[in-house]
Design a protein around this ligand. Structure first.
Ligand code: PLP
Length: 354
């Protein structure tokens, strides 16, 4: 029987270099958090252009520790956009704070600054600001509100805003190195900051052993095995970003007229195309089913907007984009043959508008 070629929505880009880096650590016998983690932290901090970094087990634990380091607790409010994964909602709840859900800009999928301004309260102690799908959010406008900002760069390592890397603006900034993120360590995360004091607090909270005083601490460490993979992946980041940009360029030129394409008319920021989102007319579920039957796995960009989980209303932009947006495969390991197939399948279904 001939196996049908199925193109996954996402796939890590791994090679022999990653394998040898990881093998070396395993052979050394020193596999838990140690020098290699320290080296990875230094390299990421240098790449982003900040004083320091603390590696964590996941992007979620990086966000959780950031909220704790800022002293966010019960009774506080934390603003988050609603068109993101539920990790953001979880971390706010982990510390007992109340989430303030903010609608998204329907063109950029980032936080809608007008809605944020309206919803911010005296008790708002932090804003978690993701750069969704690889496009930097309106950082200056959000920072001007005077509330500590945690940049969430889980989808945006290498993105640039006004000449500086995303992750260099927030009081603290978090990254994820989950298997299918831009850089992969299987699972993994990092907090970066210019504040040595906050990073010290995060390092203290990240591990529980050998402490003079008891307070609640966590086991959110990264291993040297993961860090070795991270260092190896980081070496390839520029080539990963170039390949993503090249695929995006091809999608832009070939899908023009078949669907609505991502907003890129920003001179002050660089989109890294962690995801390539198209907007279609008609049913998203039917389109996803049809693409899948033809061997191309596409997804909704978020499983569900957060307000739907909380049974809230009044998020018209999140509802509107959720009803028409599809995330199509884009990652460095996509072959040219696979890209042709994706384009064929999409074009056949979407048909060119007159
Ligand atoms: C914007 C954003 N923040 C945080 C996370 C959580 O990262 P992790 O899966 O590494 O815990 C994700 C994961 O998809 C994400 O997309």
């Amino acid at each position: 029987m001939v196996q049908k070629m199925v193109i996954p929505h996402s796939r890590p880009t791994l090679d022999g270099g990653d394998v040898s880096s990881v093998s070396e650590v395993i052979r050394s016998g020193q596999i838990v958090q140690d020098e290699v983690v320290g080296e990875f932290e230094k390299k990421v901090a240098k790449y982003i252009g900040v004083n320091g970094a603390a590696a964590t087990s996941t992007g979620t634990s990086a966000l959780h520790l950031s909220l704790l380091a800022l002293g966010i607790k019960k009774g506080d409010h934390v603003a988050i956009p609603g068109f993101v994964c539920s990790a953001l909602l979880n971390v706010v709840k982990y510390v007992g704070a109340q989430p303030i859900l903010v609608d998204v800009d329907p063109e950029t999928y980032n936080i809608d600054v007008h809605d944020l301004r309206k919803k911010i309260k005296k008790t708002t102690r932090a804003i978690i600001l993701p750069h969704q799908f690889g496009l930097p959010a309106d950082i200056d406008e959000v920072m001007s509100l005077g509330v500590p900002v945690i940049e969430d760069c889980a989808q945006a390592i290498g993105a640039v805003y006004k000449g500086e890397k995303t992750g260099s603006f927030g009081t603290l900034s978090c990254f994820s190195f989950y298997a299918t993120k831009v850089l992969s360590t299987g699972e993994g995360g990092m907090v970066v900051s210019n504040s040595r004091k906050l990073l010290k607090k995060i390092r203290d909270l990240r591990e529980y052993d050998n402490k003079k005083n008891y307070s609640i601490r966590y086991n959110y460490k990264m291993t040297d095995i993961q860090a070795a993979m991270g260092i190896s992946q980081l070496k390839k980041l520029n080539s990963f970003l170039l390949r993503r940009a090249k695929i995006a360029k091809r999608y832009f030129s070939e899908l023009q007229g078949f669907c609505d394409l991502p907003a890129v008319s920003y001179k002050d920021r660089r989109h890294i195309f962690y995801r390539f989102l198209i907007q279609i007319h008609g049913s998203v579920s039917k389109a996803l089913e049809s693409f899948s039957e033809r061997g191309v796995t596409c997804m909704r960009p978020v499983y569900k907007p957060l307000h739907k989980y909380l049974h809230l209303h009044g998020f018209p932009n999140s509802d509107a984009v959720w009803n028409k947006t599809i995330s199509i495969p884009i990652y460095p390991s996509l072959t040219d043959k696979e890209i042709c197939k994706i384009l064929d399948v999409l074009k056949q279904y979407l048909k060119r508008k007159a």
